[in-house]
Write a protein that binds this ligand. Structure first.
Ligand code: CUA
Length: 340
């Protein structure tokens, strides 16, 4: 096989090359059960497909004897017998089909039940996820209000601990789906759905909104970073901190630009007067790997492009275009980059 064909095959087998977003690379029990069910369906239905094709092709290659006239006469005398035989076979095939379908339904329902939220364990971490056109609001719930963390589009979770997702939507129906971790779960306005999963393997897993929710549905991704409890706790401790007070004149100017423009009407930066929740919380923007819900890597250049002309990057999104001069833009970028 030549190189191109090998690469193509590898890409197909690995789910278009995105191994970090793959339903057949389960990172925990719930996704594992879905994956097992998938392979069971593939093998069983694939085998049935092959058997049916073989049965259909069989008669084509059967040797026929005698002249056409003889065969017709023969067929005529045998037709009653043949019909009875055929009816018998079709009856059997229908019975077997119904049994297989029933078996698959039982298997699907029992898998769904086994991974559903009913048997949720007690020591779970509860995360609230709210779908928005087109980004993810993420809030870590805690009995102690001072330990509630709000972030967006990038979710850190500890491995080995059950994660309960309480999902809803702020506008239209979205669907929370991180294929390596769990099945799809619709996020419905004015309704809270609950699910839970556990991740056993550290890694970065890509999620994608799986329900068409408008023009930028495809640009509604999120990242789940599964890490050891120690790493998760230190991430959490950093997220709990408010944004640092700007230490030099450039960052001070950047913060003033942010607070004096329309940014402040939608975004929050804890530690400042910006406290709106219409758009992603930016308190620790620089700690996230992407901007615009997974649309672009979080680099200074991309951030500049996004602020200067968000409609060009993600047409139809709700971010306002704020006219900034270069002298305002550069300090703003420096300030935003300091929000780690
Ligand atoms: Cu949100 Cu599709």
């Amino acid at each position: 096989m030549n190189r191109a064909a090998t690469i193509a095959l590898a890409l197909i087998l690995s789910g278009c090359g995105v191994s970090h977003q793959s339903a057949v690379d389960a990172a925990g029990r719930q996704a594992g059960e879905i994956e097992e069910l998938f392979w069971f369906f593939i093998v069983l239905l694939g085998a049935i497909f092959l058997i049916v094709i073989a049965l259909m092709l069989g008669p084509l290659f059967k040797r026929r004897h005698g002249t056409e006239q003889e065969r017709l006469e023969q067929t005529h005398t045998q037709s009653d017998q043949t019909e009875r035989k055929l009816t018998h076979r079709v009856g059997w095939a229908t019975g077997v089909t119904v049994l297989i379908l029933l078996g698959l339904i039982v298997l699907s329902v029992s898998t769904g039940k086994s991974i559903s939220g009913d048997n949720r364990p007690a020591n779970a971490l509860t995360v609230e996820i709210v779908g928005n056109q087109w980004w993810w609001y993420i809030r870590y719930l805690n009995d102690d209000p001072s330990r509630i963390v709000v972030t967006a589009n990038e979710m850190h979770i500890p491995i080995g601990r059950p994660i309960v997702i309480r999902g809803t939507s702020h506008d239209v129906i979205h669907s929370f789906w991180v294929p390596n971790l769990h099945g799809k779960r619709d996020l419905i306005p004015s309704h809270t759905t609950t699910e839970w999963f556990q991740v056993d393997r550290p890694g970065r897993y890509r999620g994608q909104c799986a329900e068409f929710c408008g023009f930028q549905h495809a640009h509604m991704a999120l990242w789940v970073v599964a890490e050891t409890p120690a790493k998760f706790n230190s991430w959490m401790d950093r997220q709990l901190q408010p944004a640092p007070t700007p230490s030099d004149v450039v960052k001070q100017r950047g913060q003033r630009v942010f607070l004096d423009h329309a940014c402040v009407l939608c975004h929050a930066i804890r530690g400042t007067t910006a406290a709106a929740e219409q758009a992603p919380d930016l308190t620790h923007l620089a700690s996230r790997s992407t901007i615009a819900a997974g649309t672009l890597p979080n680099t200074r250049g991309n951030l500049a492009g996004w602020i200067a002309d968000p409609q060009n990057i993600k047409p139809g999104n709700h971010m306002a275009t704020v006219a900034l001069s270069g002298e305002d833009m550069q300090p703003l970028l420096t300030y935003l980059e300091s929000l780690e």
